[in-house]
Write a protein that binds this ligand. Structure first.
Ligand code: ATP
Ligand code: MG
Length: 228
């Protein structure tokens, strides 16, 4: 009797094919998943995976924000910790990649600068970026640096997130709406804030983050000492 192969299924053997759209045809569709990732969790990973398959992306690049970034004036864990956790979480997915572009930039990071810089990694006019962002974040996009330029550089994929009604997208400026792709994903009521709180309170974070990330958090003593 022939032994069952122990090899992992190849990329081509995925069960369903990505949706094709005429827009951006001939261009590589690159997903960009930006975030603080403090820590990265299954909400981020599901959003990236769902965008990859539903929109027929070539790959999704995770882009952790740099150290100069301070979220609403709250301290953020050291960038190398956030980078390492994102590395651990994305390692086993062949179409996820990780970039240090914002980490290595000394100045504060703006999405538009990152996309402009990344454009040079690909052949001229050969790429259509798909910037993946949750409904909570997309709401603020009008206040980011040069939002119209972000919309010009590709698509803004607005993924569903518990607690946010997709109808809020109607209120975005027209220049942004033109580039918007609303995308329903399996809803996971997980946030990094809740995970940090749970660690501080001694609650389990199992099944909220990939296990290597959970171990990394404990081993590095993250979210205990700073009192936030
Ligand atoms: P924090 O609570 O610290 O703000 P977060 O969970 O919102 O963390 P971020 O790093 O701020 O994570 O988010 C990066 C991107 O991922 C944002 O576009 C955000 O909207 C999206 N995102 C985060 N969590 C989810 C989730 N559970 N479902 C869908 N999108 C999410
Ligand atoms: Mg957030």
């Amino acid at each position: 009797m022939k032994k069952a192969s122990k090899q992992r299924p190849k990329e081509e053997s995925r069960q369903y094919m990505p949706m094709q759209s005429s827009e951006g045809l001939g261009k590589r569709k690159i997903g960009i998943m930006g975030g603080t990732f403090d820590p990265v969790h299954y909400g981020h990973l599901v959003a990236a995976e769902e965008a990859y398959f539903s929109l027929g992306l070539s790959e999704v690049i995770f882009v952790p924000t740099g150290d100069s970034f301070h979220k609403e004036d709250l301290p953020v864990s050291q960038v190398e910790h956030r980078y390492n956790m994102t590395m651990l979480a994305t390692l086993d997915n062949p179409h996820f990649r990780l970039s240090r572009i914002e980490i290595d930039r000394k100045a504060p990071s703006h999405t538009v600068d990152t996309l402009r810089e990344m454009r040079h990694w690909f052949s001229p006019n050969g790429v259509c970026f798909h910037f993946i962002t949750g409904l909570d974040a997309v709401l603020n996009i009008a206040s980011w640096k040069e939002p119209e330029a972000i919309a010009d550089l590709g698509k803004i994929v607005a993924v569903s997130r518990p607690g946010y009604n997709p109808q809020i997208l109607d209120h975005l400026p027209d220049e942004i709406k033109q580039s918007l792709i609303p995308l329903e994903i399996p809803l996971l009521a997980i946030s990094s804030t809740a995970i940090r709180n749970r660690v501080r309170e001694g609650k389990s974070i199992r099944y909220l983050v990939p296990w290597p990330v959970e171990h990394y958090i404990y081993k590095s003593n993250l979210y205990y000492r700073n009192g936030w």
